[in-house]
Design a protein around this ligand. Structure first.
Ligand code: ATP
Ligand code: HSE
Length: 324
């Protein structure tokens, strides 16, 4: 198997996970993207092109470089030195799937570089094992809404087309909360009552999303397994979870491991400004600065971009598409 001498470029969506009750099970891709360019080189170099990437390594300990090595191992090809450029609109460590986007983008780029010997399913299994849960990586790989489970050996999923009435408002606090820290506060054991609560709510939420029963979302998007334990890490969250539906949200949840909070909104709602004011006001009262952003579900997962101009830099090629 040969290594492609061309540059490969991929675009991968960020995502939200859990949607409240679907802890480690539900993921939805969002239209915030990471772009990765990868080519072979005489010596490994990593270029981080966007702001907010402070602290990410620019050597062979970078996550994207590391996951590329796993692809080469799996495909049985020698490890080339790599030149990697990365631009990301997905903020780091905020609950919008930055690590999953980096993992999926790195796997997809390395696979394309060697002629795509690995199937999507193989990439999904690898990404799930790396991230330790399938929700964010499933959404970044396949786009849309992904319902998944992982038994520690294999991950399985079904992709669902997001209802076209759904729009997303996120409140992204100006502080980071690592998934590791936000998982550490969860109890190792839970009551049967909490398990039954979440199975019921998550199941009805998925059924509501599949059948367009948006009226069920406010009732179904409730969680007993993780949000109550994570709320002390995110000032304002408790009030937002309790009251956002009184201010125009269909449903509200901590996005992934937080600290971002996510509201599902009917795109024809006349109460969007009221919801923005409620979120911003509640967070300000709790002493938290946050950026609000309207996002759309991303229908496509990771894409290998073939239309880009080889003669231009990654940023020159994508600058019409980035948010910042
Ligand atoms: N583009 C990237 N390149 C290299 N490493 C990255 C990149 N994006 C994220 N990471 C790594 O992933 C870490 C963030 O992962 P973490 O799971 O804590 O947050 P998240 O993925 O943004 O949020 P969540 O999983 O809750 O949605 C960063 O601190 C960094 O180590
Ligand atoms: N399901 C994961 C998403 C964050 O990576 C969690 O809530 O910890």
């Amino acid at each position: 198997m040969g290594i492609n001498s061309d540059k490969v470029r991929v675009k991968v969506p960020g995502s939200t996970a859990n949607l409240g009750p679907g802890f480690d099970t539900l993921g939805m891709a969002l239209d915030l993207f990471t772009w990765i360019e990868m080519s072979t080189a005489a010596e490994t170099r990593i270029h981080l092109l966007s702001d907010g990437m402070d602290g990410l390594p620019q050597d062979k300990t970078n996550l994207i470089y590391e996951v590329a090595q796993l692809v080469f191992d799996k495909a049985g090809v020698q490890h080339p030195e790599l030149e990697i450029s990365m631009y990301s609109d997905v903020p780091l460590t905020r609950g919008l799937g930055s690590s999953a986007a980096a993992i999926v983008g790195g796997l997809a780029a390395a696979n394309a570089l060697i002629g795509s010997p690995l199937s999507d399913d193989t990439l999904f299994q690898m990404a799930t094992a790396l991230e330790d849960h399938p929700d964010n990586v499933g959404a970044s790989l396949f786009g849309g809404l992904v319902v998944a489970f992982w038994d520690g050996n294999r991950a399985e999923y079904i992709r669902v087309e997001p209802n076209e009435q759904l729009e997303v408002l996120v409140a992204i606090p100006h502080f980071q909360l690592s998934t590791e820290k936000a998982r550490h506060v969860l109890p190792r054991e839970q009551s049967l009552a909490n398990a039954v609560f979440n199975v019921g709510h998550s199941s009805v939420l998925v059924a509501a999303l599949c059948t367009g029963r948006l009226d069920m979302i406010p009732l179904a998007m409730k969680d007993a397994l993780h949000q109550p334990y994570r709320a002390p890490l995110v000032p304002g969250l408790e009030q937002i979870l309790a009251e956002a539906t009184d201010h125009g949200a269909l449903g509200v949840a901590l996005s992934g491991a937080g600290p971002t909070m996510l509201a599902l909104v009917d795109r024809s709602s006349s109460r969007k400004a009221e919801l923005e004011g409620f979120l911003q006001g509640t967070l300000q009262a709790a002493g938290i600065e946050a950026t609000l952003m309207w996002l759309q579900p991303a229908l496509s997962g990771v894409q290998v971009l073939t239309h880009l101009d080889e003669g231009c830099t990654l940023f020159e090629n994508i600058k019409g598409d980035v948010r910042a």
